[in-house]
Write a protein that binds this ligand. Structure first.
Ligand code: SAH
Ligand code: SF4
Ligand code: F3S
Length: 466
């Protein structure tokens, strides 16, 4: 009997592995990428060695973010040795910043695609299949991917991101985002509400509405950002601002928690904070990056607000929502920052009592207004020392703020098992503070009242009380 040859299993599904870097918007974009590629026959895999296509969805915000990607690309050389047909793509902000330079510098990269060209990805991959290398870094004034159904990646099944806008028109002098993500545009609110409802139907319990400057969200029919006062009467009649959008979402999915990020101190309005106060399901949490405590530095940063303006906004928030969690971003050693100005940052932090801050050393980004206008003149040593002082102060504030929760009952949405113990759940309270407690009979996705018994710089610990 002839030995039968094992018939080759013909699978048309190719596999895509996506790795995401940077901010939540980039992680959210990866879900759009997975959706677009899914419609063209690509299934996502969690195993990079199983992949036919590897996409790195990159960040360019600081130099070290880009160095990480370069290191990762070096490692991917061996994947390519093992699988000669493997296609490697660099997507996102670093792709947009470096454009074709990336193909010249990193010989193993086959595809370069910027944040507004993801609908073209299947075509770009097909070009590589045909033996070429492919690039599309065109930025759009309209694209919001609003009609797409994101494929949830690495999800805990409890919380999900929804992008409500793209790009940024702000031109903070240190920032590369306006160059990598293009002009600001808002997404159709109906598609946002629809996505929230679909997440609810799929069992999700929390959504975070995402934009670089959510307070400037304004729907008037689509297209590049306009100020409200410049809208036609017809556009005004159909317009939806961020407070309206928050309200629409809160009403559409009353059983879900709603968060959002990022607010801009210049643009945050009382109307938004009052809307938060009106709806229980909108979390009492605002990420309001100060960047610096010195009005002179803020002006050099082109942030369009002063120290006093920032303090007024914090006061407004605390008057309306006394128990609101507030977090910040701080940059140490921006060009020309003096020691006194650094001390002003520390005193603003002290005054504001942030629950947490994301703290960075200034990293000059080529082509930004700051790189053109100023010299990066604060030494590395001084930047590091100032950053250290900022971190030490923030840790002390976080610890004290968390200790103040001891003896109080907080509501926690269970997200996953605690990393430290398989006997404990981990979730967040209303103010976005990580809270850990023994599992009992509770399940992932439950809202649980937890009595806080102890606290650290990063976490609350307690026990369920119903
Ligand atoms: N849209 C948000 C910020 C997005 S970038 C906002 O306006 O607040 C996230 C944070 O990275 C910024 O808030 C800032 O603190 C930091 N950042 C941006 N560019 C930087 C740079 N060149 N060097 C150091 N930190 C930077
Ligand atoms: Fe960058 Fe400023 Fe836009 Fe934030 S608001 S993304 S810091 S330019
Ligand atoms: Fe986000 Fe980094 Fe781009 S922070 S917008 S991924 S530069």
């Amino acid at each position: 009997m002839p030995i039968a040859e094992t018939p080759e299993v013909m699978t048309t599904q190719r596999k895509l592995y996506i790795e995401s870097y940077g901010c939540a918007m980039n992680f959210s974009d990866s879900e759009i990428i997975a959706s677009i590629m899914g419609e063209h026959g690509f299934a996502t895999t969690q195993d990079e060695f199983d992949a036919d296509v590897i996409f790195l969805n990159t960040c360019a915000i600081r130099d070290n973010a880009e160095q990480r990607i370069r290191e990762r690309l070096k490692h991917l050389r061996s994947n390519k040795k093992q699988n000669r047909d493997l296609i490697i793509g660099v997507l996102g902000c670093m792709a947009e910043r470096l454009k074709d330079k990336l193909l010249e510098e990193e010989k193993l990269v086959d595809v370069v695609a910027g944040p507004d060209s993801y609908r073209e990805l299947p075509k770009l991959v097909a070009e590589v299949d045909d033996g070429g290398r492919a690039i599309n870094v065109l930025l759009s004034r309209e694209e919001t991917y609003g009609d797409l159904n994101p494929v949830r990646l690495n999800t805990n099944g409890v919380s999900a991101f929804i992008s409500i806008m793209r790009g940024c028109d702000n031109m903070c002098s240190f920032c590369v985002v306006p160059f990598t993500r293009g002009r600001e545009r808002s997404r159709d609110p109906q598609s946002i509400v629809h996505e929230a409802k679909e997440l609810e139907a799929a069992g999700y319990k929390e959504i975070t509405l995402l934009g670089q400057n959510v307070d400037s969200y304004l729907w008037f029919g689509g297209g590049p950002k306009k100020e409200f006062k410049t809208l036609t009467e017809e556009e005004k009649a159909m317009s939806v601002d961020f407070a309206n959008l928050l309200e629409m979402t809160a009403l559409a999915v009353p059983g879900m928690r709603i968060r959002y990020s990022t607010s801009h101190p210049r643009d945050i309005t009382e109307k938004v904070v009052l809307t938060m106060a009106k709806y229980d399901n909108i979390c009492n949490y605002i990420h309001l990056p100060a960047q610096s405590g010195s009005s002179r530095v803020l002006e050099a940063m082109n942030r369009n607000y002063s120290r006093e303006w920032y303090m007024d906004k914090i006061t407004m928030i605390r008057n309306i929502l006394p128990d609101c969690g507030v977090t910040s971003d701080i940059i140490s050693g921006f060009c020309t920052e003096t020691e006194e100005e650094h001390l002003e940052t520390l005193s603003l932090m002290e005054w504001s009592q942030f629950d947490y801050s994301y703290m960075y050393k200034y990293s000059e980004r080529p082509g930004t207004p700051a790189a053109k206008k100023f010299t990066d003149d604060v030494s590395e040593e001084t930047k590091s020392r100032r950053l250290q002082e900022i971190i030490v102060l923030q840790n002390a504030i976080s610890k004290a703020k968390h200790h103040a929760y001891i003896g109080k009952v907080v509501e926690v949405l269970i997200e996953s098992e605690s990393k430290r113990s398989s006997e404990e759940w981990k979730g967040r309270n209303d103010q976005n503070i990580v809270t850990v407690f023994p599992k009992g009979n509770y399940q992932k996705g439950d809202f649980v009242k937890v009595l806080v018994e102890s606290a650290t710089t990063t976490t609350l610990q307690g026990k369920a009380v119903g």
